[in-house]
Design a binder for this molecule. Structure first.
Ligand SMILES: Nc1ncnc2c1ncn2[C@@H]1O[C@H](COP(=O)(O)OP(=O)(O)O)[C@@H](O)[C@H]1O
Ligand SMILES: Nc1ccn([C@H]2C[C@H](O)[C@@H](COP(=O)(O)O)O2)c(=O)n1
Length: 207
């Protein structure tokens, strides 16, 4: 699984590895989060997180689970984020910042606990693209996704801190697999070089 802050470069990383045969790449289903039967839960969540946070996160949980249980068609699968980061990072952030009501968080949490207890979600390796929030802020502005124009730097700092507490400091939640940290503030050329350096570790993680 590839993890990292918003606009840290996850999709770019996965696009690079998708050129390798025998690797299946599953990017996040962001287009679904922007359009479910004509509605845009991602946009609604950024406009009014207290009202729409649960709606988005419930749908994220469903669409990520759908990806997790897809039968493997190649020896290696790389997936962008997971049901774990949806809960431990994004839902947690909404709740901790007072933007998700307690009852919404409780319902989402019970759903999540039921899923991880009853459905196998095997993970071999977590590839963590470690960036500074400032780098993500610049890349976010450059990408210019309409819904994300309201995101302040502080939001990316909160998401960053939750990732670091979880994957680096082991201070929050159980980590479901070993973590490979790739420093990701560098330009694209250096990033591609680092991906090559780590190729074996990533591709052999399931062995
Ligand atoms: N190493 C890099 N240096 C500069 N820009 C980058 C780099 N990696 C990705 N980008 C750009 O930053 C933006 C966000 O990257 P993306 O891969 O979509 O991130 P994510 O999938 O993590 O949200 C895109 O416009 C992408 O072209
Ligand atoms: N559980 C989640 C997962 C993602 N998001 C948001 C964050 C971004 O605006 C967008 C896609 O993320 P990216 O791939 O660009 O890092 O979806 C969320 O709110 N909750």
């Amino acid at each position: 699984m590839t993890k990292g802050n918003i606009a840290s470069g996850k999709t770019t990383c996965l696009e690079y590895f998708s050129k390798t045969s025998d690797i299946e790449v599953l990017t996040e289903p962001v287009s679904k989060w922007r359009n479910v039967q004509g509605c845009n839960p991602l946009g609604l969540m950024y406009q009014d997180p207290s009202r729409w946070g649960l709606t988005l996160q419930t749908y994220v949980q469903l669409t990520m689970l759908d990806r997790h249980v897809l039968p493997m068609s190649t020896p290696v699968r790389m997936m962008e984020r997971s049901i774990y980061s949806a809960k431990y990072i994004f839902a947690e952030n909404l709740y901790k910042s007072g933007k998700m009501p307690e009852v919404d968080f409780a319902v989402l949490s019970e759903w999540f606990e039921w899923i991880i207890k009853n459905i196998a979600i095997p993970v071999d390796l977590i590839v963590y693209l470690q960036t500074s929030p400032q780098t993500c802020y610049e890349r976010l502005k450059q990408r210019c996704r309409e819904e994300e124009k309201v995101i302040p730097l502080e939001y990316l700092e909160s998401i960053h801190n939750l990732y670091e507490d979880w994957l680096i400091h082991h201070k929050s939640f159980e980590v479901p697999a070993p973590v490979l940290v790739i420093p990701a503030d560098h330009d694209l050329k250096k990033m591609l070089h680092q991906y090559e350096e780590n190729r074996e570790k990533i591709l052999m993680a399931h062995c």
